[in-house]
Design a protein around this ligand. Structure first.
Ligand SMILES: [Fe+2]
Length: 325
């Protein structure tokens, strides 16, 4: 009915798997080969261009913002892989973000060279929450070059209270050998683990390229806190209407802990508040119920913070949209 719902459905135009995007068959798992290559993904600097304000659309398709008709300029590029713990097991509910320069080398950051003339149709930032396979997938464009760096894609992965901040590189780029950030990874095996081949997708009418990149966290999060929201008034409704009753459930948190909530509204960080409700039970479960008021319409993001307001133990954020009609 409303344009809000259109907006919501376009947000759902997620590519859930590499297969759905048509790139899955490119990558066959080779047992043994992978085991030999399992090396913890090295940390690298976040750099100066993490978006100070998130774009209006933050899904895993950086080529199109919401339901805009105009796409970003540049060579279509797929990045997919698995997020693994140090034992090589896939991590469910790992939260991944990427951000990189547009086709002209500009970031969605006012300090970035060329910001004023950047490609406004390029989303510049995207995120993904893994399922049980630990798989992630992004569709984006090949990043442009900017002075002082070789071609690269920034990423962050959060799982089980751990955050990895790093960068991904294109095999064969002439400036790789002189890039101070890349060459700052002293260990050769670790350095080579973040340089991957981007190959042409056979039959792609737009000349798309794709890379496979597994991310290995150095620690083993045994369980990851998971936050879910249920619409008690209408469980099948996508999103919420003002007046709907909700229940928020937390699982896999530490037992006997206070629960705080980190809230964002329309991408504005409202900070951490709480504690809310009772302590987590012996299995680390917790829940809370309430209803939405008419003044609360907008796009919300909710993340559980467990133990104290500054604890590193958090769930991945959950997005909900509340509308008036
Ligand atoms: Fe950068």
């Amino acid at each position: 009915m409303t344009h809000k719902e259109n907006h919501l459905s376009s947000r759902r135009r997620f590519f859930k798997t590499a297969a759905a995007a048509g790139v899955g068959s490119l990558f066959l798992d080779v047992p043994g080969l992978f085991a030999e290559q399992l090396v913890a993904t090295p940390d690298q600097t976040e750099g100066p261009y993490y978006p100070p304000t998130l774009p209006l659309d933050t899904d895993n398709d950086l080529v199109v913002i919401n339901s805009n008709l105009t796409s970003a300029v540049g060579q279509i590029t797929y990045i997919s892989g698995r997020i693994l713990n140090s034992s090589g097991d896939p991590i469910r509910n790992a939260y991944m973000e990427i951000w990189h320069a547009d086709n002209t080398g500009a970031y969605i950051h006012p300090s970035s060279n060329g910001y004023a003339n950047r490609d406004v149709n390029f989303q510049g930032f995207g995120r993904f929450l893994t399922g049980s396979s630990g798989e992630y997938l992004f569709r984006t464009i090949k990043p442009g070059l900017y002075t002082g760096r070789t071609r690269h894609i920034h990423f962050k992965v959060k799982a089980g209270g751990q955050t990895l901040t790093s960068q991904l590189y294109f095999l064969g780029e002439s400036q790789n050998a002189s890039d101070s950030v890349l060459q700052g990874i002293r260990d050769t095996t670790a350095r080579n683990s973040v340089i991957v081949p981007f190959v042409s997708i056979e039959g792609s009418s737009v000349g798309a390229i794709a890379a496979r990149f597994d991310i290995v966290l150095s620690v083993t999060p045994s369980v990851v806190p998971v936050l879910t929201m249920t619409n008690l008034t209408n469980p099948t409704r996508t999103g919420y209407l003002a007046g709907d009753s909700w229940r928020v459930d937390l699982k896999n948190a530490s037992a006997g802990s206070r629960v705080y909530l980190h809230l964002w509204k329309d991408n504005v960080d409202l900070g951490v508040s709480g504690p809310y409700g009772s302590l987590t039970d012996g299995s680390g479960a917790w829940s809370l119920t309430g209803s939405y008021g008419s003044s609360e319409t907008g796009l919300w993001e909710v993340q559980a913070v467990i133990g104290s307001s500054t604890s590193p133990e958090t769930s991945a954020p959950v997005n909900i949209r509340i509308s008036n009609s």
